[in-house]
Design a protein around this ligand. Sequence first.
Ligand code: ZN
Length: 432
Amino acid sequence: MEHSNFNHSLLSFLKDSPTPFHATDSMRNALTDAGFIELFEEQSWVIDEGGKYFVTRNESSIIAFTTPQIDFHQTGWRMVGAHTDSPCLKLKPNAHVQRHGYHQLGVEVYGGALLHTWLDRDLSIAGRVSFKNQEGSIVSCLVDFKDPIAVVPNLAIHLNRQANEAFSVNPQTEILPILCGAENEFDLQVLLKTQVEKQHPDAQVATILDFELSLYDTQAPALVGLHQEYICSARLDNLLSCFVGLQALVDSDMQRPSLLICTDHEEIGSLSACGANGPFLDDVLRRLSPNPERYVQAMQRSMLVSADNAHALHPNYASKHDANHAPMINKGAVIKVNANQRYATNSETSSIYRDIAAEEDYTVQSFVVRSDMACGSTIGPITSGEIGVPTIDIGLPTFGMHSIRELAGSHDAHGLYKVLARFMKRGKLITR
Ligand code: ZN
């Protein structure tokens, strides 16, 4: 896909994907449009040579793969991994709070959200609602209010003179969004029933049973900067990588068995039925390779590129980086290395990646956290530890990770897409 079309599609994907459920649905639609066939885990699978397939779990994680006419035990898989979730505010089960003349929502903080960035934003609500229908079946559907229906106003500086020196947000008492004045009637069950029926006219809702809803910023993703060299958006960590991997797979020409995995719950450690620290990928790969010996052969001939954002050097906070490992925005994807295996990169996987990037004329940067600071982590070491696949952790340089509005380079994503598409066509990875 050509560069400006790519960025245009990326912005649409980000806008259409306010939750992991919606991100998975966006990918399902794109894959279906590209001729991929949906598989269901509870059914028997018939996998054809030359086929393209995908499967979801919990509607919030997805695996898509191609099976060219080639023995994948001999070639291994070309895998790309990313995550569908981002830090946010999630509604508590009994979310309605009425205090001091306002209807508000009780929320839990999901993941390591940069909480103060949620103040003074025009917020909406989206997620999954489960209900009993008129036939007595329990079903679920996705909702997205789209309109800015909630806001968490800041406290005036006159009432907090220390705000510019030391600012903290209490997640129990100070981050509750306001919906409306208490003079209005408010019933969350009625609100959800109305919204489900509005978006799904055939749903025949009898009773709303439960929900997983989160708040999100309604400000649309945008290209910014004097030369539009930046992308500003919510959830760049890590929907940016999901989109890049998706496009690479869709545009790969089926030369090598290729696989994309995008999982939920990375921001809270990945341990769940659908998370990278759960059995989802292993379950899928074992259905494709039922013979245990051949499964191991396939894994050891495979490679996983785990793509998650990297911290770019911020000009206002340059001392936060090791001077020799300070990635720049729009200077290419970053290979992430950590001696303590917080990243799974090793010298062989990074060599393979460097070689492929060079073939695309795409620059490579390196990141190592300062030795006196703690290192983050991602799905790379977890997936590698689960299935034994050689792995590299990479990511696009980003400012403000876990802010409600993050910033990445508008030239970086398309370059990585070309590298990953080339990776998915790559023959032999390494000679042993
Ligand atoms: Zn991430």
